[in-house]
Structure formats: structure tokens, C-alpha cells
Design a binder for this molecule. Sequence first.
Ligand SMILES: NC(=O)c1ccc[n+]([C@@H]2O[C@H](COP(=O)([O-])OP(=O)(O)OC[C@H]3O[C@@H](n4cnc5c(N)ncnc54)[C@H](OP(=O)(O)O)[C@@H]3O)[C@@H](O)[C@H]2O)c1
Length: 276
Amino acid sequence: MTRVLITGVRAKTGYPLAEQLAARQGVEVLGGSADPASVSIAGVRPVAFSWDDPSTWSAAADGIDALFLIRPDLEQAPELIEKLLAVTPSGARVTLLSELDADSLGAESWAMRAEGVVRRGGHRWTILRPSWFMQVFTDRRYYRDELALDARLTFPAAGAEVAWIDTRDIAAVAVRTLLEDGHDGKTYELSGPAALSLPRTAELLSVAVGKTVAHQDISIEDAVGGLSGFERYAFTVTFERLLRGGFATVTGSVEEVTGRPARSLETFLADVGPFA
Ligand SMILES: NC(=O)c1ccc[n+]([C@@H]2O[C@H](COP(=O)([O-])OP(=O)(O)OC[C@H]3O[C@@H](n4cnc5c(N)ncnc54)[C@H](OP(=O)(O)O)[C@@H]3O)[C@@H](O)[C@H]2O)c1
């Protein structure tokens, strides 16, 4: 039995990964959550895991063979990851979820420091660097409600394109890196099959929403208006990168690792069905 811990089983990436791992023979899936009682996924054992409560980490990581580490959007993420790795069995494989082209942020950046502790942590590691997730359109914490209620996509773009990726494809890559040989020490830049402008993205979303979705271009300052502290900083840096075309790179890594091409936004939306 291969025991795998996912640090965030309710996450946009963690959920499809849990489902895909649970479908495999011989895999015991531990679904980490600060609210394990809310987790109900067939074949997944909910476990208490919270980045805010290090006392949960040792029990969650006890005896695991592999760890899917969803980088928490917290300023102290590099230090938290380092501490989690210290209680992770030394033989475990570790796959870190980072972000596309993190190198461009510089060696001292938050993203690269988070990667660095995994590279130097003493485990067999793989780093996944995905583009923006298609699932931000269906996540109520992001765009779902404004799409469903106002048929609007408020997003700073200034003509930039995004190679949206389906988190089911990130999960499919992670299944391989967590369970199979050949991925140790590798960093995979992951994207969907096409870079789309925001107006084109809105056009495709219109079919699922059932109304014409208007892309409303706004400044980064307006986009991060309601945020403060590290969250504001992180979104500002990310949108600046997006405007420079930093999330427009199309890579073939999903197909290289899984043998299947990455899903398109059209396929993702068809699978989701009409927005409520
Ligand atoms: N979003 C993107 O497009 C994108 C692109 C590239 C990289 N990334 C990186 O990916 C990481 C985040 O991964 P993710 O997007 O898969 O995580 P996520 O969906 O943001 O979930 C992270 C955690 O939030 C908690 N949570 C709180 N309220 C929730 C709710 N209503 N529904 C679900 N979860 C909730 C859950 O933890 P508990 O169960 O413990 O509460 C969950 O594990 C970050 O490092 C981010 O920088 C994101």
C-alpha cells in the first residue's frame, strides 16, 4: 500500500488529485484539511491538517510514502514547508505545487524560497509549476458568483493572454510524480493547450453561463482593492506578471508526463455544465 498525504484535499488541485489517487489500486489517500469532518470523497481518509496548527502535522505525515504539498498562500510559507518536511518520513516522495515560470521572480522571491526548501529538504522531490487554473471560474472564492449573477469577468489583462490549465490535468501529472519513478529532481512547467485573451475567455464562458459574459478590464490597483497585507502583495505580483505575458506560455508537459493532451477551456466548461 502506498500512503499519500494531500495537504489540502478541499483545494482546487487537491480534490481532483484525491479522486484520481483513490481510483488507483494499492493507494491509501489521506485528505488533509483543517476541517476534516467536511471531507467526504469516496476512498479518501480525511485527516486533520492545518498550516495554522503544526501540532497536526506529525500525525498526518506519519508513515506516508508520498506528499502532495500545496504551497499555502502565507508569507511564512517557505518556513512552514521546511518545518513540515522535517516531520515527513525521509523516504517519502514530495511533490510541491508552485507556479508557472517561478524563476522569473528571482532567487530571493517568496516562490523560489518555497521551492528551495523542497529542493534542499532531503526528500525525493518534484516541482509542478502550473499556469492559472480554469477552476477559478467555478470557485466561489474567485469568479463563480460574478459570472453566474452578473455575467461579468472583472480581470486586469491589458491585452495579455493566459494559458488556463484544468486542475484535473495538474492532478494527473501529480499522480505520476507521487507514485512512479522517473520524476525525481524534475520541475514541470504546466499549462493548458492554448493561450487565450480575456475577451476570448469571456466569450467561451458565455456558453456555460448562458448569457454574454463581458470582460471588464480594470487596473491591478482596483483588482487588489479589497485585499491587504501579504495577500495584496501576492496578487499584485501575480497580476503584474500576467500583464507581462508571464502566464501565456503553452507547454507540452501535461502530455509528456501523462500521455494525454491537456484539456481545453471548452472541454472544461462542457464538463462543468451550466453555471447555477
Ligand atoms: N489559483 C490559481 O490559478 C493558481 C495558479 C498557479 C499556482 N497557484 C498556487 O496554488 C496554490 C493553491 O492551490 P489551490 O488553488 O488548489 O488551493 P485552494 O483551492 O486555494 O485551497 C487551499 C485551501 O483553502 C482552504 N479552503 C478554505 N475555504 C475553502 C473553500 N470554500 N473551498 C475549498 N477550500 C477552502 C482548504 O483548506 P482547509 O480544508 O484546510 O480549510 C484548501 O485546501 C497556491 O500556492 C497558489 O499560489 C494557484
